[in-house]
Design a binder for this molecule. Structure first.
Ligand code: NAG
Length: 464
């Protein structure tokens, strides 16, 4: 999320998404056949050895987990079309650094697994902020890398695959602004503009150095490099990239092409996405640009959904969905918001089917509790509208691959909440709705592979 004043800040702080894989829980993550069960329960200080860690570190059959792939407009897992359900918890790495907050990560994964969620989008960046991963260009805090290592293993243990975002357009956790500041401090920056992130040669080199370090990071718990780890479903270049200073879209397009090629030169196993919100740009026909909300009708902020997603190194497209801030109408009614939601999601899935031949994931959607006349039941209606469209697409083997809630948290994380946060245990009807979506999607998976079996087992257990 990016828009919405004060809300935006919180939102930005957390947009990282998690994607999870069920497979790993009982299998080996390590391609070199190091069993998860051989990992010390307490690692280098991560995990107390109590609770979820110990129970999930049980031995497993020697299964090598498969990677999620793309075939045409569908995601595939284990040779079968893959339509998972998922969510966002941007703070996983951040909260895994300090032992006292690490349990929040495990509690979130546990709650998610109970709802049949198997994909989580999360931040794999923290540039120069508190507990930074990248302290300064090319310099990393090993302590924070170990936290991310642990998050990846913990996700796998809960059957969750991760979509990891690699930079922020917004200022939270550093973002473009921090890279530009570094370039100034080192006396190599071309411009003070935040958008110089996309064109300044020195900053592009900083970012590539970061990409290389991350992709080749060897997980200290498993010995597996991130680029070889199937717990990671995909990399996302940037959360909500915008380049306002070049409305032609050329600057952002060039940056995506360059960085996507660079990622693929190091890692060909993982899927790659851009992180776009879905605004149609100047290369799209007017009928598509008309779908843009509010001010985006005439100003795409340098992004161009179809053109960006067509880049061959980009495996799937993404959209976000925030009718409260996007419609820019003081008091849009729930029905007006719903109409927009249906049009926005359907239009982009149609692009995936007809124009891109690539999957389209709704990687963030949320409804603000601050909206005029808000009632919690509005979220049920809003979530269901999106879920129904994704389910209909999945039922016919279409491009609508998944919709990830922004954002879920376990109890006791109020300081990370924004206007969209949901604590599943405190909202039983939403929790049921999310789980129902996981369950009906899992039933569609042909042959019911290991991943779907785990979801269906969660569906059979517990009343909601
Ligand atoms: C860059 O972005 C930050 C954060 O949004 C903002 O405070 C700053 O003014 C921007 N810098 C320029 C030169 O626009």
């Amino acid at each position: 999320m990016a828009v919405g004043g004060g809300l935006a800040l919180y939102h930005v702080l957390g947009v990282a998404t998690c994607v999870a894989l069920l497979y790993f829980t009982f299998g080996e993550v390590d391609l070199r056949h190091i069993s998860l069960s051989s990992l010390p329960a307490s690692g280098f200080g991560f995990g107390s050895g109590a609770g979820p860690s110990s129970s999930s570190s049980r031995a497993a059959a020697a299964v090598t987990a498969p990677f999620v792939e793309r075939r045409g407009a569908q995601l595939f897992l284990d040779g079968q079309p893959f339509y998972p359900n998922g969510w966002n918890s941007y703070w996983l790495m951040d909260q895994a650094v300090e032992p006292r907050s690490r349990d929040r990560v495990s509690r979130m994964f546990r709650a998610a697994a109970e709802m049949g969620l198997t994909v989580c989008r999360s931040w794999a960046f923290n540039d120069g902020a508190y507990n930074a991963l990248q302290v300064s260009p090319g310099h990393f805090d090993t302590r924070v890398f170990k936290a991310l290592d642990w998050v990846v293993v913990e996700a796998g243990r809960h059957g969750v695959r991760l979509i990891l975002s690699l930079a922020n357009n917004l200022e939270a956790y550093g973002g473009k602004t921090q890279y530009v500041r570094w370039a100034w401090e080192e006396g190599v920056g071309l411009s003070a503009s935040n958008d110089s992130f996309f064109y300044d040669p020195a900053i592009r080199d900083y970012f590539k150095a970061y990409l290389k370090t991350l992709l080749t990071r060897k997980n200290h718990l498993t010995g597996v490099e991130y680029r070889d780890d199937p717990t990671i479903l995909a990399w996302e270049l940037m959360n909500e990239p915008r380049c306002t200073t070049d409305p032609s879209g050329d600057t952002l397009q060039r940056w995506i092409e360059e960085m996507a090629a660079y990622v693929k030169s190091i890692d060909k196993k993982h899927l790659l996405t851009v992180g776009t919100e879905g605004f149609y740009g100047p290369t799209s026909p007017e009928s598509k640009r008309d779908v843009n909300p509010g001010v985006w009708k005439d100003n795409n902020y340098g992004s161009d959904f179809i053109r960006n997603a067509k880049i061959p190194d980009i495996d799937f497209a993404s959209i976000h969905l925030y009718p409260d801030t996007w419609l820019q109408k003081q008091h849009a009614t729930v029905n007006e918001k719903l109409q927009f939601v249906k049009r926005w999601v359907s239009s982009h899935i149609e692009d995936g089917d007809k124009e891109l031949n690539k999957p389209v994931l709704t990687t963030e959607f949320g409804l603000s509790h601050r909206a005029q006349g808000f009632d919690p039941s509005h979220r049920d209606v809003f979530y269901k509208a999106i879920y129904d469209i994704v389910y209909a697409s999945a039922s016919r083997g279409g491009a609508g691959a998944a919709a990830l809630v922004w954002q879920l948290a376990p109890e006791g994380m109020e300081e990370f909440h924004d206007d969209y946060s949901v604590v599943p245990s405190e909202h039983p009807s939403l929790r049921r709705l999310i789980k129902k979506q996981s369950c009906r999607l899992a039933k569609l998976r042909p042959g019911v592979g290991e991943e779907a079996k785990r979801v269906l087992a969660a569906c059979a257990a517990g009343s909601s």
